[in-house]
Design a protein around this ligand. Structure first.
Ligand code: TXA
Ligand code: MG
Length: 331
């Protein structure tokens, strides 16, 4: 059911869950400081309770009530908020353990979507909002995807149009000795290094240990750690060039083919294949914007297999696209 901003505020204030548009992907929102609301989010998503949620605030003053900002965090917030950057910072005691899954840190961002911002400021309370997909499915980038993903369990949804970024936010951990990108996104590691004038590492290991308030070792669940986090239901084969795809010789007629640029498109058209292109010019922002919608569409069509040819360079925002594609491909 589509709802207005007023209705969304009413639902949320009562402790109910609604799906909201953000510039990255749609989020499944509920009151962050209310355990009952947060519990509803975990339950509807089918998300394990050891995987913490991002909290969204409307301004920095609200953010500073929830987390301890150091100089670097303030700089990052000033440069990139509202926007697709999530900061992981030491949490303040006002933040319940449920929303951070027992971690001593909290993930925060100010979203760059006018509807989300308006709801936050009308509500005057922070909202927890993971991506609005059942756990391990593709994140929605249009309001209609939420209905397609949740069917009869679909939460009331604010339709804020197509997400302009199309990939989840960059997650930057500023709680340790060195800044670490835990999940790549539109804002790249190199861009962060330059603008923060600080070395920024990327998360390499598949598990990251941290300690909770009682100094007990926790294995932190983060998107970088779940290899099937962004997978469509349809098996997906990933190729780095048209040649690799043609050599594999394993595409049958009912399969779907996705390419990332016009050149690859032309080569395959000339060989009689029908296909979907994520962009005409290989522009990474356009590819990012169209990727999830295309995968969700093919899941709906119950395709046998998706063959995705991504021949872009693996730097900049393409790192984030490759990160998601590597998780989306069948193991
Ligand atoms: O773009 C986005 O970030 C979207 C929109 C709705 O804001 N949200 C989103 O949330 O992608 P989610 O929950 O699907 O992904 C956030 C990830 C989680 O997988 C979680 O592991 C990680 O951020 N995370 C949350 N809190 C954390 C914390 N305290 N420490 C480390 N990672 C954390
Ligand atoms: Mg998610």
């Amino acid at each position: 059911m589509l709802i207005t901003l007023d209705e969304a505020v009413t639902h949320l204030a009562k402790g109910d869950i609604v799906a909201l548009p953000s510039e990255t992907v749609y989020g499944l929102a509920g009151l962050a400081l209310d355990n009952k609301s947060v519990q509803k989010i975990y339950a509807l998503k089918g998300r394990p309770s050891n995987n913490p949620l991002i909290i969204h605030v409307s301004n920095l003053v609200e953010g500073e009530k929830l987390a301890t900002f150091n100089e670097l965090a303030r700089k990052a917030a000033a440069l990139f908020w509202p926007g697709p950057l999530t900061l992981v910072l030491p949490k303040k005691s006002i933040v319940p353990d449920l929303v951070t899954a027992g971690n001593p840190t909290v993930a925060l961002r100010i979203p760059g979507h006018k509807d989300f911002l308006e709801i936050l400021s009308r509500l005057g309370q922070p909202l927890a909002a993971p991506s609005a997909n059942p756990s391990n499915r593709t994140s929605p980038t249009e309001a209609k995807h939420i209905k397609e993903l949740f069917a009869e369990k679909c939460p009331p949804t604010v339709d804020g149009g197509k997400c302009t970024v199309g990939l989840e936010s960059t997650v930057l951990d500023l709680s340790g000795k060195h800044p670490v990108v835990m999940r790549p996104g539109l804002i790249t590691r190199v861009q962060l290094e330059k603008s923060l004038s600080s070395k920024v590492q990327s998360l390499k290991s598949s598990t990251l240990e941290c300690r909770n308030a009682k100094n007990k070792k926790l294995v932190l669940s983060s998107p970088g750690m779940n290899p099937v986090h962004y997978a469509p239901i349809t098996p997906l084969s990933l190729y780095s060039s048209v040649e690799e795809f043609l050599d594999s010789d394993c595409c049958i007629e009912e399969d779907k083919i996705i390419v990332s640029n016009e050149e690859d498109c032309k080569v395959l058209y000339s060989k009689g294949y029908s296909l979907t292109s994520l962009s005409t010019d290989g522009c990474p922002q356009k590819i990012a914007r169209n990727l999830y919608a295309t995968l969700i569409e093919f899941d709906k069509e119950e395709s046998k297999r998706i063959h995705l040819i991504f021949s872009g360079v693996t730097s900049g925002i393409n790192c984030a696209i490759m990160d998601r594609l590597n998780r989306a491909k069948s193991k």
